[in-house]
Design a protein around this ligand. Structure first.
Ligand code: GSH
Length: 276
């Protein structure tokens, strides 16, 4: 029997790939619930017309005639309406921690990437969107997109290095949800797929430890995150003088170093010179 579908208002670029991180997260969320996406295509201009005046921002869905707006609103709706399907937010703590994680991720990574890729972002949009995207993003970023993007090769290595908290967690776990994905994975993959929808140069090392997680999440639901219009985000080369793109050793201390008694801490104790 075919799955039930919801009408899904997409936000796309000229390749046909979704651009918005919010929309990407929501596509995965709908599929997680076992529902199919009945996609209404479109770019940045004409959202109000496409949605009959219901919203200026996407994502939006219509389920059995009911309009549901906002990525987080849609997730709450899906968990409430389809309690028998796997939960997106299986415990209230997931929502709280994900909000903290997401705020860190935008501040440390997505925002800085936007400043490295805002010209690519405009160039990949549909022709009819370019004027609006150029002017609105220049206001958001405080200057012409070419000026803001300039010098990105000098900034990308440090942004890659800033992703270490995610690498530490995902070295030990297949998904942010643990052994199976949940909304935390979808929310964070949204930022990576936003980048993949537009990046004309890679942002992360080819052997970045995040890559298996990225590929694992993209492959879910018949390859939802493997749209042919996406660009490679792995392949950044470290130049002389650049910081390491990632930490090869993983976590060595604190929460990542289990104390099983003095033998386990002896080397560190000696190194820091604690008197007996
Ligand atoms: N709080 C909203 C934010 C959605 C949002 O800002 N969407 C952007 C795309 S990333 C949008 O629709 N932009 C339309 C525009 O820029 O005109 C949500 O979580 O759904």
């Amino acid at each position: 029997m075919a799955n039930k579908s919801v009408t899904f208002y997409d936000l796309q670029v000229s390749t046909g790939a979704t651009i918005s991180p919010f929309v990407w997260a929501t596509k995965f969320a709908v599929k997680h619930k076992g529902l199919d996406l009945d996609v209404v295509d479109g770019g940045f201009t004409g959202i109000m017309e496409r949605t009959g005046g219901k919203t200026e921002r996407l994502p939006a869905i219509v389920d059995e005639g009911k309009w549901v707006l906002d990525s987080w609103g849609i997730v709450e709706y899906l968990d409430e309406t389809y309690p028998d399907a796997p939960a997106l937010i299986p415990h209230e703590s997931v929502a709280v921690m994900l909000k903290a994680l997401d705020a860190w991720f935008w501040g440390a990574v997505v925002g800085p990437w936007m400043r490295c890729y805002c010209g690519d972002y405009r160039d990949i949009c549909f022709e009819q969107d370019k004027e609006y995207v150029t002017s609105s993003r220049a206001v958001m970023l405080g200057g012409p997109l070419e000026d803001v993007q300039k010098g990105r090769e000098d900034r990308l290595p440090a942004i890659s290095a800033a992703l270490e908290p995610l690498r530490l967690a995902l070295r030990e776990s297949d998904f942010l949800g643990g052994s199976a994905p949940n909304y935390a994975d979808y929310r964070i993959i949204g930022g990576f797929l936003w980048l993949a929808s537009l990046a004309q140069t890679p942002a992360l090392a080819a052997d970045d430890p995040l890559r298996p997680w990225y590929e694992r999440v993209c492959a879910l639901y018949g390859g939802l995150g493997e749209h042919p219009g996406l660009f490679p985000i792995f392949g950044l080369e470290q130049r002389e003088g650049d910081p390491d793109l990632f930490n090869r050793e993983g976590g060595k201390g604190g929460i990542f170093k289990r104390n099983t008694g003095p033998a386990s801490t002896q080397a560190e104790t000696q190194m820091i010179g604690k008197p007996k």
